[in-house]
Design a protein around this ligand. Structure first.
Ligand SMILES: [Zn+2]
Ligand SMILES: [Zn+2]
Length: 116
């Protein structure tokens, strides 16, 4: 192995290490369980203030209180609900019923918390 390859490998692992630390920090700050179904798998951070997002981990950490942990399934469902609400003015009730109820309960909880 030549020196250039060696440097590449060292750089790769240093970066990976930084990313792992950041991920740990996010889990500890925002949470690691889906807020809706409590799943621990495929956790994304959903911005509750702004629908459009693909922020960096650094941005998420900086604005941690705007984000909630959601598994990819619930995250997808929430965006579907938001979209369908925006386009039709009606919420899509069906398979996503219980999910929506939980989400609305959570929203209500947040409002209540902000008033206390
Ligand atoms: Zn979930
Ligand atoms: Zn989202």
């Amino acid at each position: 192995m030549n020196k250039a390859d060696m440097n590449k490998i060292v750089k790769y692992y240093a970066q990976k290490h930084r990313q792992d630390l950041m991920r740990e920090k996010l889990k500890n700050t925002i949470g690691k369980k889906c807020r809706i179904c409590a799943s621990l798998e495929g956790i994304n951070y959903h911005n509750v203030r702004n629908e459009k997002h693909s922020p960096s981990r650094y941005q998420i950490l900086k604005n941690a209180k705007d984000f909630v942990p959601l598994c990819w399934k619930c995250h997808r469902a929430i965006h579907f609900l938001i979209r369908s609400y925006k386009t039709s003015g009606k919420l899509h009730i069906g398979v996503l019923d219980s999910l929506l109820v939980k989400y609305l309960e959570y929203e209500a909880f947040k409002v209540k918390q902000s008033l206390e």
